[in-house]
Design a binder for this molecule. Structure first.
Ligand SMILES: *[C@@H]1O[C@H](CO)[C@@H](O)[C@H](O)[C@H]1NC(C)=O
Ligand SMILES: *[C@@H]1O[C@H](CO)[C@@H](O)[C@H](O)[C@H]1NC(C)=O
Ligand SMILES: *[C@@H]1O[C@H](CO)[C@@H](O)[C@H](O)[C@H]1NC(C)=O
Length: 235
């Protein structure tokens, strides 16, 4: 817990850095394609993705996310010049943050992305760090129930059923997910599409947490002008 306390203190210092580094989503996207894969982080244009769907079927009973989970997702980015990619996602709503550990095939050191509920995010590897700010932070566990214009969800639309990865799925969409596929039988996520990237869920452990507090801590150079805002390595 000592490390967690340190983290909180550092976090307070970090807010200035974060404000200084505030950037529009478009700006971030153009400079840092990697951030597209941060599925929990949100753009300001709420509900843009849900407009124009022809008469969606009535919303179905749906499973909220557990307050904490660990998921492993894989993506094939080779078609767009990237690599096969695996991301370990640690979502912790009570803590108010999520950690993505991003590994590209045979690329060595992973990239880490710590996202906070208020929209601040640190993306770093062993060499560099960038801070970002988004208008909306983590998706809440019950994001599928959120109506447009209400805080924390931005509006989600139920789009019906589809078969994905061999699973019969409920399909959702919101301003993060172009599509979000949920197994009808278990309620587990099967896949989602963010910015055109199809992420396939290999494992999903409700309640799993990252015990090592230090893993949540962005490195000192995120809060130190000497390295902060140096470009992160590209995917
Ligand atoms: C984010 O939250 C932290 C602590 O909860 C706070 O110190 C900081 O000012 C917040 N940042 C923004 C941009 O609201
Ligand atoms: C990845 O996608 C490319 C096409 O974009 C395909 O040729 C290749 O077989 C895929 N690799 C895997 C492991 O799915
Ligand atoms: C910033 O980092 C450099 C090199 O790692 C270190 O010498 C310096 O003391 C740090 N400054 C602060 C304010 O942490």
């Amino acid at each position: 817990m000592g490390q967690c306390a340190i983290m909180a203190a550092t976090w307070m210092e970090a807010s200035q850095v974060t404000d200084a580094a505030a950037a529009s989503r478009a700006d971030v996207a153009s400079r840092l394609p990697l951030l597209h894969l941060t599925f929990l982080l949100l753009a300001t244009a709420a509900a843009a993705a849900v407009g124009g769907e022809p008469s969606p079927p009535p919303a179905t009973a749906t499973t909220p996310w557990p307050e904490k989970f660990h998921a492993v997702v894989v993506t094939n980015l080779t078609g767009s010049g990237g690599r096969l990619q695996q991301i370990d996602i640690y979502y912790d709503w009570p803590r108010g943050s999520a950690l993505n550990v991003i590994r590209n095939q045979l690329a060595g050191d992973p990239l880490r992305d710590v996202q906070w509920v208020n929209g601040t995010s640190y993306l770093f590897d062993a060499m560099s760090c960038r801070a970002f700010h988004f208008a909306v932070g983590l998706l809440p566990p019950d994001w599928k129930k959120k109506k447009a214009g209400h805080d924390g969800g931005g509006g989600a639309a139920y789009l019906g059923r589809e078969h994905v990865d061999g699973f019969d799925c409920h399909v959702w969409s919101n301003f993060v997910f172009d599509r979000y596929y949920e197994d009808v039988v278990t309620g587990l996520p099967v896949a989602w599409i963010v910015d055109g990237m199809e992420r396939h869920v290999l494992s999903f452990e409700p309640g799993a947490v990252l015990e090592d507090c230090s893993k949540w801590q962005a490195p000192a150079y995120c809060f130190n002008g000497s390295k902060a805002d140096a470009p992160a390595s590209s995917p």
